[in-house]
Design a protein around this ligand. Sequence first.
Ligand SMILES: [Zn+2]
Length: 256
Amino acid sequence: MANTKKHPDSNVYSELASNAVPLALPKRVLAIGAHPDDIEFGAGGTLARWVSLGCEVTMLVVTDGSKGSWDPGIDPADLVATRINEQRAAAAALGAAEVRYLNEVDGELEYTMDLRKEMCRQIRDVRPDVVLSHDPWQRYQLHPDHRATGWAVMDGVVSARDHLYFPEQDLDPHRPDAVLLWSADTPDHWEDISDHFPAKVEALLCHSSQGTTTMGGAEQTDDRRRAFVDRMQSWAAGQGAAVDLEKAESFKRITP
Ligand SMILES: [Zn+2]
């Protein structure tokens, strides 16, 4: 029963059925996040590792990040421009080939048929072996954009694989080998990021406009930056402990 592990937050033993079949190294992946920095938090180490092995990574950022500040004097238009530059730098730190933006208004994303259709179009266009995104089933997920993105991605995966959905897109159907969902309550797939944790941190720190809101002021002083890196390190080590890896990112794996 080598593949039987006890999930650290659960009293249920799982066979880790999907993890028992290792995920082949993808040639192309599409990572979809609601906001600039979500992809890096959820899967930055995994993407950096896959890039180092020859994978082509496309990042798709759904909203414009225009509400990501606690500064009462900030101009949302300036913030959007800053965050596009930060996202570009973060993508370079991971080695991603491309960043795409849907420019929806931050905090106001709604799950509509148009959004599902757009996810379908992106998947058919990029033709990824693996799609990564937010887990829409995560309990008590507070942020509406994370929930809406996760649902639209999952339903977009279903639409993308069958030709009778949205035929007006004039793109061949596409079925990814796997969908990996970060922030899962019940992860069953782990990726080793032991050697690529520094790239994940470097990418996250590119989002300096988010230092105060999500990184404990990491952009302000060396001490705060070190504290942030320590927190990320503990998190990655905690994820890895479930499967005897030094550092990992965990996911719920779905085979479409
Ligand atoms: Zn977010």
